[in-house]
Unconditional design. Structure first.
Length: 255
């Protein structure tokens, strides 16, 4: 409420209440309370119905990474060959390369459910410091979004299948070559082991021969000394010479 104070020429003051009376406002509101309540309820109900019947939009996403085709050994640092770069994969998806294939496959199983999705739009981001792509699609049903993303992955596999097959054959060829090298090395190893075993056996035989020669030599020396102690005659001299020759022969064999 606003009060205006006015002064006349004689210094008197008059108070005029020329603004809206607060009591009148409250009275008017009370009289129209049912109308106000009806308007508020109508707006609330309208908002509820709009939210209820408006189609809900869900975001479904997946993360993919390019597969490794080959690892080339270059000494200190190995070179990794991927199926493709994430930039190229992102570009071909955003160009809609696989959209027709996805729509065809989904329609075959769902009965033309995505005729209105002729322009599939994928949101693609690259997670920080990773060699991967996060692919997102917005749709009315979560299950439907999952099917679209699964079919996108199948289309990617089909697109790179020839390249994968080529590298698989190359890798298998290299593996076969390495297996042959390993097989040859195993044969050489067995041959060397056989020779080592033969040498070990021969060494064992020589040791046994040396032991026998040593025993024979000791026996001959003992017999020679026994003959030399007997009185000298021609037979003893001849026997001594023969013993000496036998001992020398045994010593030579031993050495």
């Amino acid at each position: 409420m606003t009060v205006t104070i006015m002064s006349d020429a004689f210094g008197k003051s008059n108070v005029n209440e020329d603004e809206i009376n607060l009591a009148e406002i409250l009275s008017n509101i009370w009289e129209k309370r049912f109308l106000i309540i009806a308007v508020v309820m109508t707006l609330g109900l309208g908002t509820f119905l709009i939210n209820w019947y408006m189609p809900k939009i869900y975001s479904v996403d997946t993360v993919i990474s390019p597969g490794i085709l080959k690892v080339v050994d270059e000494g200190i640092k190995n070179e990794i060959i991927y199926i493709d770069t994430i930039e190229n994969i992102k570009a071909i998806i955003e160009m809609g390369t696989f959209n027709s294939g996805i729509i065809k496959k989904i329609n075959e199983s769902e009965g033309n459910k995505i005729e209105h999705y002729n322009n599939l739009r994928f949101k693609i981001n690259t997670p920080l410091k990773s060699n991967s792509l996060k692919i997102t699609i917005e749709c009315n049903e979560i299950a439907f979004g999952e099917k679209v993303l699964n079919e996108l992955i199948n289309q990617l596999k089909l697109n790179y299948s020839k390249k994968v097959t080529y590298y698989q054959e190359q890798n298998q060829f290299e593996i076969s070559g390495l297996e042959k090298i390993i097989e040859n090395q195993e044969l050489k190893k067995k041959s060397i082991q056989s020779k080592i075993m033969s040498f070990d056996n021969r060494i064992l035989e020589l040791k046994m021969e040396m032991e026998n020669i040593s025993k024979n030599t000791e026996k001959l020396i003992f017999d020679q000394e026994r003959f030399l102690r007997k009185p000298s005659n021609e037979n003893n001299v001849l026997s001594s010479i023969l013993f000496t020759n036998s001992i020398q022969t045994n010593l030579s064999l031993k050495n």
